[in-house]
Design a binder for this molecule. Structure first.
Ligand code: UDP
Length: 319
């Protein structure tokens, strides 16, 4: 029997690269595809000597050709942080729409299972709390975040259409805020911003009054949930995230305490349409997948901090 083969789009990104690790560890041959606009080759440099790992520098909105068998397509390509999709609005819309179409077409042609990386952003600025999968969301289609939210909502609709019309075996994960090693230091999200600022001794920039909430999941927990979802029978969207919720101000204080920095907190304008609350209801994942997060925030933050310290030393050494 030859090895199972998986294509991971966005495989050089934060989550994509952790997925590459997991599939290789499970004995798969991994085809990693990325156009590197927000991905980074350093996230996969430890894999290039593995004979079962192959990197393809490609934009997945273009026709995707893969020779030979494919068992799974994991569609993780997309800018994923608010400042990235504000800077790359057209690419964000294209990868969620055209890229999802191409990846689904490939899965259909190969008889492969397809898993879409969707997002809690489908719930927008939610009017239901915590968010269950059957909530349809509160999204502003024409606001600055609409390019990401609507692309992912379209991607979900396209995925369900390929399932219903073409009989493709599909899965949809709605990913909530996730953190861990390999986040880009300058990607603008709360954790990279706060950690980099704390390590430099700069003020931590809390947007608004910091009363908005998020629920942070460590990457290893998320990847395990995705792995289980892929191997389950559940076709409809499934939340994977950590329900432990906190305000952004509490989160900033936590990073100050953890790093032991002398940095203060400064307050900046809240970005437009910034969700006021966010917390996954994970009853479905618990029941169907037997999954729930096991890494507590202190442990996850320590591991992430070790990565950030190492990366920042490298960045500083380069100057
Ligand atoms: N945020 C902040 N300071 C920063 C970056 C983000 O206060 O330097 C806030 C942001 O306004 C949001 C929360 O932190 O309320 C999480 O933002 P992030 O960009 O990490 O992801 P989001 O959950 O909004 O997609």
């Amino acid at each position: 029997m030859s090895r199972s083969r998986v294509l991971i789009t966005g495989g050089a990104g934060f989550l994509g690269s952790h997925l590459c690790d997991r599939f290789l560890a499970e004995g798969y041959e991994v085809l990693c595809m990325d156009n590197l606009i927000t991905g980074d080759l350093r996230n996969i440099e430890h894999l290039v000597s593995d004979a079962n790992f192959h990197f393809h520098h490609q934009d997945v909105t273009e026709y995707i050709h893969v020779a030979g068998r494919l068992d799974a397509v994991m569609h993780f390509a997309s800018p994923a942080s608010p400042i990235d999709y504000l800077e790359l609005p057209i690419q964000t819309l294209k990868v969620g729409s055209l890229g999802t179409h191409k990846a689904l077409g490939l899965a259909h042609a190969k008889g492969a299972r397809f898993l879409l990386a969707s997002t809690s952003e489908c719930y927008g600025d939610p009017l239901v709390h915590p968010q269950r999968e059957d909530y349809w969301g509160n999204v502003n289609p024409v606001g600055p975040r609409g390019v990401y939210d609507e692309a992912k909502r379209f991607a979900e609709a396209m995925t369900m259409a390929y399932h219903r019309f073409h009989g493709v075996s599909t899965r949809i994960v709605r990913i909530f805020n996730t953190y861990g090693p390999r986040m880009r230091l300058n990607d603008g999200r709360a954790l990279p911003a706060f950690m980099s600022q704390a390590l430099r001794g700069d003020p931590l920039t809390v947007f608004g009054d910091g009363s908005q909430t998020r629920s942070f999941c460590y990457c290893d927990d998320l990847i395990d949930g995705i792995w289980r979802l892929l191997h389950s029978d559940e076709v409809l969207p499934t939340n994977i995230g950590n329900p432990s919720e906190m305000t952004i101000l509490e989160f900033a204080r936590k990073i100050i305490e953890l790093t032991g920095t002398q940095s203060e907190i400064v307050y900046k304008d809240l970005p437009q349409d910034d969700p006021k609350v966010r917390q996954p209801d994970i009853s479905k994942a618990k029941e169907l997948l037997g999954w729930e997060p096991v890494v507590d925030l202190d442990t996850g933050l320590e591991k992430t901090l070790a990565y950030f310290r190492e990366r920042m030393d490298l960045v500083e050494a380069a100057y």
